[in-house]
Ligand binder design. Structure first.
Ligand code: THU
Length: 138
């Protein structure tokens, strides 16, 4: 599993060059793994009107959902100011809520990475406890 996580982190590092963040200059890259092992990448995409900005995590989730995937097992997130990965980047509140929609928060892994050797794995339920999700509407 360690080698697998290192591969996911390396893919996120390779893709950070696609981040479009001319306003904040804060580049973020994410790699989402589906429950069946497919990988979807995402970067943040900013906009001159600011509010249409899409985070890296949601880019990856929306790419995957739009191709038929609705169950995910983990996501790698990394980034930093001017692509300088010096600290862990945690998902914003909106992205945490979007992830709750398509995951089991007790099992879904959020891998916060600084490099292929330095990362920490958190459960979505730790980052968004007492979340409101699809099962609350059943
Ligand atoms: N951003 C992400 O893409 N993901 C996060 O987890 C945190 C923030 C983006 C949004 C915006 O383009 C930039 O980082 C600064 O907030």
């Amino acid at each position: 599993m360690t080698d697998h996580i290192r591969e996911l982190i390396q893919l996120a590092i390779d893709n950070i060059k696609y981040s479009y963040a001319p306003y904040s200059e804060f580049n973020v890259s994410a790699v989402l793994e589906t429950a069946t092992g497919e990988l979807y990448t995402g970067v943040n995409i900013e906009n001159a009107a600011y509010s249409p900005t899409n985070c890296a995590e949601r880019t990856a989730v929306f790419k995957a959902v739009s191709e038929g995937h609705r169950n995910f097992s983990r996501i790698v997130i990394l980034g930093g100011s001017k692509s300088n990965i010096i600290d862990f980047v945690t998902p914003c509140g909106v992205c945490r809520q979007v992830l709750v929609e398509f995951t089991n928060p007790e099992e879904f892994e959020i891998i916060l990475a600084k490099s292929v050797d330095e990362y920490k794995i958190m459960k979505l339920s730790e980052l968004l406890p007492y979340s409101f999700g699809p099962s609350d509407l059943e």
